[in-house]
Design a protein around this ligand. Structure first.
Ligand code: SF4
Length: 208
């Protein structure tokens, strides 16, 4: 029975539903080169910061989690960047946001739900060719509230309403999946970072 449940990812929470649909349907991903560069920098940042959290604070890295609902017919899989008795999610960004993004909050919120933690932390780290340089200056003295020049930490409480909204969106994508009908997409500035840009806009960049 479990085999038939549709698999969503926590990182897809409240992101473009059309993108989730294309992933579920197995369309090939085509990443633009500049996104690849960022992704690589992000991986390096995660590795270095993860190692500090693991060695110094005893966090488990890349902790796999699943929330399953047979009633709704899907499960949500996630890999928590760092987990001890609460989750920490690390985001590498070209510029640091003033406030956390809604879809990052929704992702962390899924981890909070799974871990039954009241609070979790979102760390934004400025991407750099040399992440060691950025991470060298971070002050861990008030951990888990960590401070630094190119770094921002947010303490986030669990939000039941946000969780319901997230589940509702996954359910909506599932309905579209079953009908073979892509949902409306975001069609905003984030499209140029999307691996399915070529489907929505065609190779010449016009919206299909
Ligand atoms: S290109 Fe934009 S609208 Fe299309 S799937 Fe990607 S994010 Fe969504």
């Amino acid at each position: 029975m479990t085999d038939e449940l549709l698999e969503f990812y926590a990182s897809e929470a409240l992101t473009c539903p059309r993108r989730i649909y294309f992933r579920l349907k197995g369309y090939p991903e085509k990443w633009p080169e500049f996104v690849r560069v960022k992704l690589n920098q992000g991986v390096m940042t995660h590795n270095i910061l993860g190692e500090i959290l693991n060695r110094r604070f005893g966090f488990e890295l890349e902790k796999h989690m699943v929330l399953r609902s047979s009633r709704l017919g899907f499960e949500i899989h996630g890999r928590i960047d760092a987990y001890r008795d609460f989750p920490i999610e690390i985001k590498g960004k070209t510029s640091l946001p003033r406030l956390p993004y809604e879809y990052h909050l929704a992702q962390l919120n899924i981890y909070l739900r799974w871990a039954e933690s009241e609070y979790g932390y979102l760390y934004y780290v400025k991407l750099d060719e040399n992440p060691h340089k950025v991470l060298k200056w971070i002050d861990f003295s008030s951990f888990p509230i960590v401070k630094g020049k190119n770094f921002k930490a947010f303490e986030i409480p669990y939000d039941e309403k946000l969780f319901k909204e997230t589940v509702k969106q996954f359910y909506m994508v599932k309905k579209h999946y079953e009908k073979d009908k892509p949902p409306e997409g975001w069609h905003n500035y984030l499209c140029k970072f999307c691996p399915y840009y070529y489907i929505c806009y065609g190779d010449n960049g016009h919206r299909l």
